[in-house]
Ligand binder design. Structure first.
Ligand SMILES: [Zn+2]
Length: 159
């Protein structure tokens, strides 16, 4: 029986981060459906369930891992947005941020597919020595003069 199972699972994708997320969603939707008993929730639940099953037993490992990467990018992007949202509150509502939120930077940023963390390797972030405003500067320009967007303070840094 065990051997049959392993032979069946050979070359199939299995469960990854996206798979786990889908299974959690199914559980949450099932619970909500138990409470509210809606046909929409039931259909949605069934659809996610089928998709999760399809991914686990899929043999197209490349496509499935691409989906997983997209999911991880999306997750990093959302958590980046949430972090920035709360940072804005902590800084008294006057910090505008540097405009980067980790979204839509698929080709510029390198992402760790295990932790879902992304970092940008084309920009370097400096803090203004005067007002602590974060400033994003292109990398590899040598020594350059940086002018703070917020307080107009000028300082020299190597990028
Ligand atoms: Zn400044």
């Amino acid at each position: 029986m065990r051997e049959k199972y392993f032979r069946f699972m050979q070359g199939r994708y299995g469960i990854d981060a996206l798979g786990r997320f889908l299974i959690y969603s199914v559980m949450i939707f099932s619970l909500l459906n138990l409470l509210f008993g809606s046909l929409i929730l039931f259909t949605l639940d069934l659809a996610i369930w089928s998709y999760a099953f399809y991914r686990v037993f899929s043999k197209d490992i490349y496509k499935r891992s691409m989906e997983n990467n997209r999911y991880l990018n999306f997750k990093a992007c959302i958590s980046g947005k949430i972090k920035r949202f709360f940072n804005r509150f902590q800084q008294g509502g006057n910090a505008s941020g540097d405009g980067s939120d980790g979204c839509g930077q698929k080709f510029r940023s390198k992402c760790n597919s295990f932790s879902g963390k992304c970092y940008d390797d084309t920009y370097k972030v400096f803090k203004c020595p005067k007002c602590r405003q974060k400033l994003r500067v292109p990398r590899g320009k040598g020594k350059i003069m940086i002018t703070c967007r917020r307080c107009q303070y000028e300082f020299i840094k190597r990028t």
